[in-house]
Each structure stands twice: as structure tokens, then as C-alpha cells.
Design a protein around this ligand. Structure first.
Ligand SMILES: NC(=O)C1=CN([C@@H]2O[C@H](COP(=O)(O)OP(=O)(O)OC[C@H]3O[C@@H](n4cnc5c(N)ncnc54)[C@H](OP(=O)(O)O)[C@@H]3O)[C@@H](O)[C@H]2O)C=CC1
Ligand SMILES: Nc1c(N[C@@H]2O[C@H](COP(=O)(O)O)[C@@H](O)[C@H]2O)[nH]c(=O)[nH]c1=O
Length: 593
């Protein structure tokens, strides 16, 4: 489950606030130094394995730069420590500018301690840490040590602030997309002729783009963890897929092949500079798998080879960013699976023609122009004779934990600060907060239409049966009884959903308008009659609660934060009511939801 994303993070109206009382010069200085921190944070890109980019600029009270530092590689000295060392005594009373909230890689808050001990009195932070477990920790720690901490977009807002914030987002895009989508940040790159071909009809493609463009590609490769091609590109081009010549970081090479029908002689089997991983269909050409293993090439089998499963696999292996240099067949499959975030298209002023010449993206199943995917934040750049067009296929995720939205959060539960809160996910009953699930084995007692109380084995039993309560049909009555006797919440859910689908006429006509209230009352009962559940709920005060169901987009948060999370909302509302933080108005809010 990912966090919630507000689409069009940059299109919302900019509110001017809190800057009015700040001297304009110092405000402009803040923005210029935060941009500098973002700029230097990117300095190691292409030289070390990709990692979060951290930069720190320390400026004295009079506005002079006293020291700078950037993280060279993971496991090396934090940017803040380097900047403090460079600034020395001039840190006293100075301001530290950080493009991103520090993480805590060493487990001892090295970056925070360095700033505090050096005597820094103020920090300006570009963006909070995108990773949920680190988010907000360093900012809280700095504030608790008495530093003033201003976060762009939270404590400082203006159009210029938003521009500076975007620069901070851009230098850490891979980490941000990865945190939000649970797959590595993926860039699809191709070179095509002016008539839209990535090779001649014969398959020959060397070269479409100019030397200058291809050098740019080498640098782009160096910013990635891995480069992917499909089986046909390997068979046709026999590529090397190495990055910048003469040093620098080398990305791993990945070949995606269903058939494993690949040649024994291939540049990618030469592992002298960097290794290659072949991902394939389970059971494909076992003898060739043995051959690859003898060469040192790793083979990973998938039950069903598709770009999403492959990307989730590489996410779990820790990959941050992937560069796709495949042909149109695999590119179409990757775009359809929703794993491509950004596109780099080099367009060469050449025409090759050819009815069957390959094109950059194969079949997407679209039939009307209205279905075309629009790129976001498009950039045009001339590279030698070619034009480089780049843009995003998915908006930059807004990692503010706003489930529900930032504005709604306070209304639902005043204990939750949308910027400071952590998110507690629950789903399966064996999860740490599994008792919040409607499938948890906690019977409830609910009144029927005549006010007589009946016991239901779980909230799920009661909720599913409620769909058919009050309907005059005896089959509906029978269905209620069967759901009530269901041996497990799963069975109750299955029966309720199936009957609703097959016999929609048996569902009470006002179900859509009452279902939230039905759930609210059931939850209120559950969390009132079990003291330990009540304590567990209250112990989460200040956190956003999200039901991590990847399928249920109404009660759950969805796979990528696209769900409405009504179960989480109701639990937060109840928590707030139990804590006495909201008046009886909350109950009417619930009824009105
Ligand atoms: N100008 C440019 O930028 C580029 C040009 N090219 C050119 O493109 C041509 C090759 O294009 P194309 O055939 O599209 O090559 P691809 O790189 O897209 O390879 C397609 C192959 O990828 C493998 N594959 C594995 N999983 C999947 C999946 N889920 N969906 C789709 N394919 C999968 C299959 O390999 P298998 O058959 O082994 O099972 C499939 O046949 C060549 O002429 C090459 O020169 C290629 C890359 C860039
Ligand atoms: N033809 C073509 C590209 N093709 C891509 O480059 C790969 C070859 O990489 P290498 O062996 O490392 O030089 C090839 O397999 C394909 O993925 N790229 C471009 O920038 N411009 C071009 O005109």
C-alpha cells in the first residue's frame, strides 16, 4: 500500500501565507540556498550507485555561505556533517538549507546531531523524507532541540517557494516514485526517426540518433540502477548497454525474455564490466539456463513474466531506478502495466519509411485519440541535430499523508496533523493492527428492526447481512439467516457479495446511502464492548489509519492510495469521539457521510 497522491500537485492555487512578516530579501535568500542545496545534492549522480540525493548549504546570519556538502554515496558521510565540517565555527547561529529531510542511515541521528552540536539555530527543508518510516523524524528531532525548522510548502508558501520545492522534488524523483508506487522509478528511452521508426524494416537501427544524443544516453544510463531490453533487441542488436566510458557507475543489465531463445554468443554474457540478469518464464529452456549459469549470468524465473511483477521483484531487491531501452513490443507491455513513469524520446531529423519498420510503442489497444496518454511537464531540448522530448506519464506523487485529504483530515479527527502524522496500515487479521479489520473474530450485538438485539460473529457478518435487511422478500430473509450462520467472515463476505451481484433486487433500495452508517454503528459497538480494542484504537491517536486493501477502493486505500479508505476514516472518527476531541456534531457528520 502506498501513500495517498494528490494529482496535479503543482496546479493547486498557491496561498500566500506566513511570508508576509518575513523580510523579502531573506526570503529570496532562503529560496536561492535551498535551490543550491538541491543542485549540489545531484553532484554524485552517475558516479556512484543511485541513492537519495542530499545536499546541505550553511549560511551565516549575514547571508554568506559558510559551508556546503553533499552525500557522495550511501554509507558515506552525510551532507550535513560535511557542510558543518566545512563551516566550522561559523555554524553558530547559522541557517542550514537541506533539499530533503535527513534520513537516519546510521541509526544515531548523525545528521541531526551534527547540526545541533554545531550550533545551527534554523533549518530550511525542501521536502520531507519520502519514506514513511523516516518521514518527519528528523524535523521533529531538530525542533525538539530548539531549532526553528521551516518546510517549503508547509511553513513557507508562495509561487516562488513552490518552484524551489519542485527542484527539490526533481532531484529525488526516483525515491519519491519508488516510495509511492512500490516499483522502481522507470524511464522509457528510445531514438526514433522523424517518421516514427526505431529501426528500418530489416531491424537495423545503428544509428538513428547522433553521437551527441548517444553520449547523453550513456550519462542517463549511469543515473540508473539497471537497463532493460527485450529478447528481440538482444537478438537483433547484440547491445552492450554499458554506461559512461572511463569510470563511473555501471548499471546492471536485465534481459526480459519469455522463450529464452537467445544466442550463446552475446555481449551481455560478457560480465567483465558489469553483471547481467535474465528474467524469464518458469521452466523456459532449462539447458540454456544452465549455460547462462555457467557464464555467471543470473536467471530469475517468473510464473507469469510481466513488467509489473518484474518491477515489483526488482523493487524488493532494492532497485531505485530502471532505464528501459527495449523495442516497442516490451515498451507497450510496460506502459500498459503502468510501470513507466517518464519517457525520453530522441527524435532524429531522418526519414526511413517502411510499412513494417518497428515503432517505439506497440499495441496498447487504444482506438480513439481521446484515449491517448498525455505526457505531463513536457520538455523540449535540442541535442546536436536531434530533438529530445521528455515528459512524465504519471504525475509526481504528493507524499503528504493525506488520507483523507489534507483539508478533511482535521474535520474527521483533530488529533491528526496531516504533515506530522504517520500512517498505520491494517488489512489481514494477523497484521499488527489486524484487530481493526472487519474480519477480526469479535462478535457484536446489534439491534434488529424491532429493537431486539442479535449477536453477529463479526462486523463482516453484520455488514453483509444488512444489505438485505428490511426487504420484504422471503429469499432476502433466508439470505440474512445464511450469512448470520456463515462459518467465517470470508464466507459471509462471499455470500453477501455474490447475492448482491446475482440478485440486485434483493438489496435494500437505500443501501448506498445507509451503508456508511451501518458500518459506523457496527464499529462503534465493536470498539465499545471490547476494552482492549478500545485501548488499541486510542493508542493510534495522531496517526492516519488506512485499510490496506488493494482491491476495495471504497472501504480500503487501494493499491496506490487511490482508494477512499472509508473504513480508516470511520475508525479515525470513532477514535476522535472516544477521545472526546469532537462534539456530538461528529455523529451527525458520520450520518451525513
Ligand atoms: N531506436 C531505439 O531506440 C531502439 C530500437 N530497437 C529496435 O527495435 C527492434 C526490436 O523491437 P521489439 O521486437 O519490439 O523488441 P523488444 O525489446 O520489445 O523485445 C520483445 C521481446 O521482449 C520479450 N518479452 C518478455 N516479456 C515480455 C512482455 N511481457 N511483453 C512483451 N515482450 C516481452 C520477448 O522476448 P522473447 O521473444 O525472447 O520471449 C519479446 O519477444 C530491433 O530492430 C531493435 O534494433 C530496440 C530498442 C531501442
Ligand atoms: N538505435 C539507437 C539506440 N538503440 C538502443 O541502444 C542499444 C545499443 O546500445 P550499446 O550496444 O550499448 O551501444 C540498442 O540495443 C537499443 O536498446 N539508442 C539510441 O540512443 N540511439 C539509437 O540510434
Amino acid at each position: 500500500m502506498a501513500l495517498s497522491f494528490a494529482v496535479g500537485a503543482y496546479s493547486s492555487p498557491i496561498i500566500m501565507c506566513k511570508v508576509a512578516n518575513v523580510n523579502n530579501n531573506s526570503h529570496m535568500q532562503d529560496l536561492s540556498y535551498i535551490k543550491r542545496a538541491a543542485e549540489i545534492s545531484d553532484k554524485s549522480a552517475g558516479f556512484t550507485s543511485p541513492h537519495p540525493n542530499f545536499g546541505c548549504v550553511i549560511a551565516t546570519r549575514s547571508g554568506e555561505v559558510a559551508g556546503e556538502g553533499y552525500l557522495y554515496a550511501q554509507g558515506t558521510k552525510p551532507a550535513e556533517v560535511l557542510a558543518v565540517e566545512a563551516a566550522g565555527e561559523r555554524c553558530r547561529g547559522a541557517t542550514a538549507y537541506l533539499n530533503m529531510e535527513p534520513g537516519d542511515c546510521h541509526g544515531d541521528h548523525t545528521a541531526v546531531s551534527a547540526l545541533v552540536q554545531a550550533g545551527i539555530t534554523r533549518a530550511v527543508v525542501g521536502i520531507r523524507h519520502p519514506l514513511q518510516h523516516l518521514r518527519g523524524n528528523a524535523i521533529r528531532a531538530l525542533r525538539s532541540q530548539g531549532l526553528q525548522v521551516d518546510v517549503l510548502g508547509e511553513d513557507m508558501q508562495s509561487k516562488l517557494v513552490e518552484e524551489a520545492r519542485k527542484e527539490c522534488l526533481l532531484v529525488n524523483l526516483p525515491l519519491i516514485y519508488r516510495a509511492a508506487s512500490r516499483v522502481p522509478f522507470s524511464v522509457l528511452k528510445y531514438a526514433m526517426t522523424l517518421d516514427g521508426k526505431i529501426a528500418a524494416s530489416s531491424g537495423h537501427a545503428a544509428w538513428i540518433s547522433s553521437k551527441l544524443s548517444r553520449n547523453r544516453v550513456l550519462a542517463l544510463r549511469g543515473r540508473s540502477d539497471a537497463i532493460i531490453v527485450g529478447g528481440t533487441t538482444l537478438r537483433r542488436d547484440n547491445p552492450r548497454l554499458t554506461a559512461r566510458h572511463g569510470g563511473g557507475h555501471m548499471p546492471i543489465r536485465i534481459v526480459m525474455t519469455q522463450t529464452l531463445n537467445l544466442p550463446e554468443e552475446a555481449n551481455l554474457w560478457d560480465l567483465s564490466e558489469v553483471s547481467t540478469i535474465v528474467v524469464t518464464q518458469r521452466g523456459a529452456r532449462r539447458s540454456f539456463q544452465r549455460f547462462l549459469a555457467s557464464k555467471g549470468v543470473e536467471v530469475v524465473e517468473f510464473d507469469i513474466l510481466n513488467p509489473r511483477d518484474v518491477m515489483e521483484y526488482f523493487h524488493d531487491r532494492g532497485y531505485l531506478s530502471i532505464f528501459w531501452e527495449c523495442g516497442g513490443t516490451l515498451a507497450a507491455s510496460a506502459i500498459s502495466s503502468g510501470v513507466i513513469h517518464k519517457v525520453f524520446a530522441f527524435v532524429a531529423p531522418k526519414i526511413i519509411g517502411g510499412k513494417n519498420a518497428p515503432t517505439p510503442v506497440g499495441e496498447l489497444g487504444m482506438v480513439e485519440m481521446s484515449q491517448a496518454l498525455d505526457l505531463i511537464d513536457v520538455c523540449f531540448e535540442q541535442v546536436g541535430p536531434d530533438m529530445l522530448i521528455s515528459g512524465f506519464l504519471q504525475p509526481i506523487p504528493d507524499l503528504t499523508p493525506t488520507i483523507p485529504s489534507e483539508d478533511e483530515t482535521f474535520a474527521i479527527d483533530p488529533t491528526v496533523d496531516p504533515f506530522e502524522s504517520s500512517i498505520i496500515f491494517f488489512y489481514k487479521t494477523w497484521d499488527p493492527y489486524g484487530a481493526f479489520s472487519n474480519f477480526s473474530p469479535h462478535p457484536i450485538q446489534m439491534p434488529d428492526e424491532d429493537g431486539n438485539y442479535a449477536t453477529w460473529s463479526s462486523i463482516e457478518h453484520y455488514y453483509q447481512a444488512s444489505k438485505f435487511i428490511g426487504v420484504g422478500d422471503p429469499i432476502a430473509q433466508d439470505c440474512i439467516e445464511k450469512i448470520k450462520l456463515a462459518k467465517s467472515p470470508e464466507e459471509a463476505a462471499r455470500m453477501g457479495r455474490l447475492t448482491q451481484r446475482q440478485h440486485p433486487n434483493l438489496v435494500r433500495s437505500d443501501w448506498e446511502s445507509v451503508k456508511i452508517d451501518v458500518m459506523y454503528r457496527a464499529l462503534k459497538c465493536k470498539f465499545s464492548i471490547y476494552p482492549h480494542l478500545n485501548s488499541m484504537l486510542l493508542s493510534t491517536a495522531g496517526s492516519v489509519l488506512v485499510e490496506a486493501s488493494p482491491h476495495d477502493l471504497f472501504w480500503g486505500g487501494g493499491r496506490e492510495g487511490e482508494g477512499l479508505n472509508y473504513l480508516g476514516r470511520l475508525l479515525m472518527q470513532l477514535r476522535s469521539e472516544f477521545l472526546g476531541e469532537s462534539s456530538s456534531a461528529s455523529e451527525s457528520t458520520c450520518l451525513a457521510l
